[in-house]
Each structure stands twice: as C-alpha cells, then as structure tokens.
Design a protein around this ligand. Structure first.
Ligand SMILES: Nc1ncnc2c1ncn2[C@@H]1O[C@H](COP(=O)(O)OP(=O)(O)OP(=O)(O)O)[C@@H](O)[C@H]1O
Ligand SMILES: [Mg+2]
Length: 594
C-alpha cells in the first residue's frame, strides 16, 4: 500500500503544533463562518479588557471612598462593579454560544466530508482499513480536531488577551510591584514545558488504545452471532477486558500527571501572591502605594495564573487536535485506487457485451495470482454460469466486471470498451449486483429495495412481484413500510434473497451479476427463487456464480473455473460429453440430488 494508506492505520503520528499547511487547511473550514468567528474574537477582546476593570474598581472603592468614609460614592462604585460583571456574564454567554455553534458546524462539515469520501473508496481500501479505525477517524478524530476551534484557538486567544490585559493593568498601577508579581513566571513556564512532553506521550497512548477499543467493539458486535453460536462470550469478554484495561491505565496516567501538575502550579501561584503581599505590604507601610493598590494587585496576581494554567492545558488540546487533523486530512487525501481517466468514453446505455481478454489479477502486490489469464466473451442477452470449487476465483471475476478492483494484467471490455476507459457511473448504472451475502440496512423494506433512489411505489411493487417478494412483504404488518431491524435479522434467509432480487430488478438493469447464495431454503421458497432467477435473467446479460443445477443447466454458457484458470467452457450437454472437470463436479454435486 502507498505511504498515505499506511498512515491511516497509524494512530501514533504526532502533529507539530503550528504547521502552516495544516493551519491553513483548518482555517478553510472556518471561512464560511467568518462573521461569527470575528464576532467571537471581538467578544473575547471585550471580555479580556473589561475583566481587568474589576480589581481597579476595588482599588477606587477602597482608596477614594472607604478610607475617606464616603458611603454614597461607595454605592455608586458598587453599582458599577455589579453592572460590569453582569455585562461580562452576558458577553461570556454570547461568546460561548457563538464559539460552540461554529465548532459544531465545522465538526458537522468535516464528518460529512469524511463520510462521503469513505463511500467513494474502493473495496481494496476497505480490505486494508478496519472499519473500527475508520469509525474512530470520523468520530474521535473529528471531535479532537474540532476542539481546536471550540476550546482551543478561541480560548487560547482569550487567555492571551487576558494575560496582556492583566500585565498592562499591573504596569499601570505600579511597575515595581508588577515585576515582583511575574517573578515566578519563568518557573511556571519551565514546569509546564517539562510536563508537556510526558502529557503528549500519555495522550498518544490514550488515542492508540481508544482506537483499539473501538475496533474490538465494532468487530465483536458485528460478529455477535458467531460469538454466541460458538459460546465464546467469555473469551470475547476477556479480550475486551484486556483492551479496556489498557485504556483505563492510559487514562489513569493522564489523571495522575494532571493531579501532580495542577497542585505544583497552585503552589507557584501562592508563591507569587506571597511575594506580592510581602513586597506590596512593605511599599504600603512605606506609603509608596495605597491599600487599594495592594488589594487590586493581589487580585491581579491570583488571576494571572489562571490563563497560564489554561494555556498549558490548551497546548495539549492543540497538539492532539493537530495530530487528528493530520490523520483526517491524510484520509481525505487518499485517492481512490480506481481512478477515472480524464476523458472517459461516454455511453448512454450498455448493450451488455462482456469480454475478458487474458485477465490476470492479484488482490495485493506480491500475492499469488487469483486469476491466471482468463478469456471469455458473453454476448448481450446471454446467460453465463460460473462454476468451480471454493476459492477458484468466481467472486473475483464478478468483482472485476463492475471495476471494484482493477485487473493486474489483460483487459476487461464492456461493449468493446476497456472498462477503465468508461465512467464508473455509466458502467454501474446498468449493472445490478446481487452478492453472496445480502446486506440489509436499517430502514423500511421499501428503502432496502430502492436504496434511497426515486422509484414510484407501483414500480417498486412491480419489481417485487416479478421476483415473488411481493407476497411475503404484503404479509408483513406494515407491508413495504415495515422496518427492517438491523441487518434484517427478522427476515428468513429466503426472504432476504427475494428482497435482494427485488433490489436488483427495480433498476431494470442491462446486466445482472449474481453470486448465488449457497444456503438452502425450504422447497417452496426454492421454487420461488428458481422462478425469480429465470425472470431476472430474461432479456439481459446475466453472469451468475451458480450453485443450483437449474441455473447451470439453463445457462447459454458455463464457465468452469479451477484454481484461477478457466478450464472448460460450453453448454451443460457439451461439458458433460467432455467428461472433464464439469462432469466430475456434476457427478459429485448434483447427480445424487438430481
Ligand atoms: N479481498 C481479498 N483480498 C485478498 N485475497 C482475496 C480477497 N478476496 C478473495 N481473495 C482470495 O482470492 C481467491 C479467490 O477468491 P474468490 O472469492 O474469487 O473465490 P470463489 O470462487 O468466489 O469462492 P466461493 O465459492 O467460496 O465463494 C481466494 O484464494 C481468496 O483467498
Ligand atoms: Mg465467492
């Protein structure tokens, strides 16, 4: 796989905090909401400035009114003080709402972009990227990334403004005392930086473990049937406890680090306040500053450490956010391996002539070839049945027709055009796929037939009738509006098959590609399925991986696959006469039941 693809697995890449390329790309997501962003920053500026008036008002109250004993003046100041903080509260609410709104909006946009990007990826991409990871990418990583906006950038700006505001206020009051107050700041910076490295490491561990937990959950919940069938709940639970415990320990590490870090900062803050009391008390006693100034200074000194502590925390949010941004962008940058050429051949409708010309295929570079030079042609309207032992390459052949993978060598032609020269949309529009395992989505029966495309109810019902699905659907309490619980667990295997046939027929495809399910159903349903198959094959090119004797016998051509090569081709009668692989297969598989 390419370097890009590999990085999608990699939870460990760490972003640097300010990488201009990343920052620029992130800012793009803010552009549609720039008015709100500017509003938010303005509100922050106002808050940061106005907040510094509080201690100053205290000083005025003390020096100008309390000490001289002017009670009326004091009331006025107290009223101003209250007014100031009420206004501040409103500004804060507004600021939080606007910022939150923008953050959520950005997150929404990115999630949507990631999801539609994932949907365009090829099957081989999903062969190599566990679904749990991709889910993490689109939830946790996007969340972390958006925290840069919602609690990162904005708060960092706010904190910086706040710091500047406090320093300016202190310098204006008394520059000598200001220097005393900030004396411990270098120490704070040093402590913060030494913790930062460790925090970064444990945060990274937390991310790696979160992804592991998600993957594990995803896999074992999807496979819960198997887990239960094999009575594997205990082992599975134990496996989960393993990953879960790792995550707990990693979280605990962060908790422990923070529980040391914050008290240290707390102490340093106290030292700063103590220094101010000491030196400020001295200056007050000397009469160099007023008591009001001292009190104001004490308030400033205490406030000073809040933004510094925040900044230390935000630094991590930033870093985690940037790392997430990098991973999300890497994902968004993976080009689908199936690329469209610049000037594709445009075709309105397929005739349905399928031609394999010496097709060779391997799923991954370095793997063994799964198809070793396959040649055949299916004329429009013909039915071809592919038979062969398991692993012979039958499903692979039909995956290649719809260009879910590209051939390693040779050519596949549709209506005489190399499928690589066609628009993928044109190619797939007229091909209906019925796969070996039928996937049903949560939604109604109708949704599962139309897959969200626009079809009239009559059209849907007509398609369902053709394949004998209508009668069982009508018997459901809500008919076509019956909700399919996740993956259609409440429908029988036969019903699911008929439903998947209806899904193919509603599109009235020119080419039908069908991987017959091997599971057996009751004789009545079997008769329905056989009849439905016949209806579906009529008048269209059909290529069917066949397990039913009836399907095979009816085919115009039988392709006999053996270990990746096409060994025999012909009609049922011709192949039996050859007494080759097909004949043997027939003897083994069908003779006794036929
Ligand atoms: N996504 C994949 N990645 C790598 N190898 C694969 C993949 N899918 C199939 N293979 C391999 O390709 C070979 C052919 O598989 P294929 O699914 O085409 O067999 P099949 O003839 O359809 O078998 P069955 O009758 O069991 O469905 C097998 O050896 C299989 O292991
Ligand atoms: Mg198969």
């Amino acid at each position: 796989m390419s370097k890009k693809m590999r990085s999608i697995h990699d939870e460990e890449t760490l972003g640097v905090v300010f990488e201009p390329r990343l920052v620029n790309r992130l800012l793009k997501y803010l552009r549609p909401y720039r008015v709100k962003v500017v509003l938010s920053v303005i509100l922050l500026l106002i808050i940061a400035g106005a907040e510094q008036l509080g201690p100053y008002l205290t000083k005025i109250a003390l020096d100008n009114y309390i000490v001289p004993g002017d009670f009326d003046g004091l009331i006025a100041i107290v009223a101003m003080f209250l007014g100031l903080y009420v206004t501040l509260a409103f500004a804060r609410v507004g600021q939080a709402v606007v910022t939150g709104w923008v953050g959520e909006k950005v997150m929404f946009d990115i999630r949507r972009e990631v999801f539609s990007h994932l949907q365009r990826q090829t099957l081989s991409f999903f062969d190599h990227n566990p679904v749990g990871r991709l889910v993490t990418r689109n939830t946790n990583d996007v969340q972390t990334l958006s925290e840069i906006f919602s609690s990162g950038v904005v708060v960092v700006f706010g904190d910086l403004f706040m710091l500047i505001g406090i320093i300016v206020a202190m310098l204006l009051l008394n520059w000598q005392l200001a220097i005393v107050a900030v004396a411990v700041v270098p120490l704070v910076v040093w402590v913060t930086f030494s913790f930062r490295g460790r925090l970064r490491d444990v945060f990274r561990e937390v991310r790696v473990q979160t992804a592991a937990v998600n993957s594990y959950l995803q896999e074992h919940l999807s496979g819960v049937r198997i887990v239960q069938l094999f009575n594997h709940e205990k082992a599975t639970a134990k496996g989960f406890s393993g990953v879960n415990d790792h995550l707990r320990q990693d979280h605990l590490h962060t908790v422990n680090l923070f529980s040391v870090f914050f008290p240290i900062l707390e102490v340093l803050g106290a030292v700063a306040v103590a220094l101010v009391i000491l030196r400020g008390g001295n200056l007050t006693l000397d009469g160099a500053i007023t008591i009001g100034t001292l009190v104001a200074f004490l308030q400033y000194a205490e406030r000073f450490f809040r933004p510094i502590r925040d900044l230390a925390e935000k630094w991590n949010i930033f870093q985690a956010g940037m790392a997430s941004a990098e991973r999300v962008f890497d994902l968004l940058d993976t080009e689908p391996a199936i690329e469209e050429i610049d000037n594709p051949v445009k075709i309105e409708e397929l005739d349905g002539r399928i031609e394999f010309d010496n097709v060779r295929f391997r799923y991954n570079p370095g793997d063994d070839e799964v198809l070793k030079g396959v040649d055949f042609t299916i004329e429009p309207g013909e039915t071809a049945a592919i038979v062969g032992a398991t692993g012979a390459g039958k499903t692979t052949i039909i995956n290649l027709i719809g260009r879910f993978y590209d051939v390693s060598d040779g050519t596949i032609r549709m209506d005489g055009h190399d499928v690589r020269d066609l628009r993928r949309d044109d190619l797939l529009r007229d091909i209906a796929y019925v796969s070996q395992d039928i996937f049903l989505f949560s939604g109604t029966i109708r949704d599962n037939i139309t897959l969200g495309d626009e079809f009239t109810d009559e059209h849907v019902q007509h398609a369902a009738k053709q394949v004998h699905a209508d009668s069982f659907i009508q018997r459901l309490p809500k008919g076509y509006d019956e909700e399919v619980t996740e993956r259609g667990g409440t429908l029988s295997t036969g019903q699911r098959q008929l439903l998947s046939f209806a899904r193919a027929m509603v599109r009235n495809p020119k080419v039908l590609v069908l991987d017959e399910a091997t599971s057996s159903v009751d004789p009545e349903t079997e008769a329905y399925i056989q009849d439905a198959l016949e209806v579906m094959m009529k008048g269209r090119t059909s290529i069917i991986v066949a397990h039913r004797l009836s399907t095979v016998q009816r085919a115009d051509k039988i392709l006999v696959m053996h270990k990746g090569t096409l060994r025999e081709m012909g009609t049922h009668a011709e192949l039996l006469a050859q007494k080759g692989i097909y004949w043997r297969l027939f003897e083994l598989q069908y003779r006794r039941v036929a």
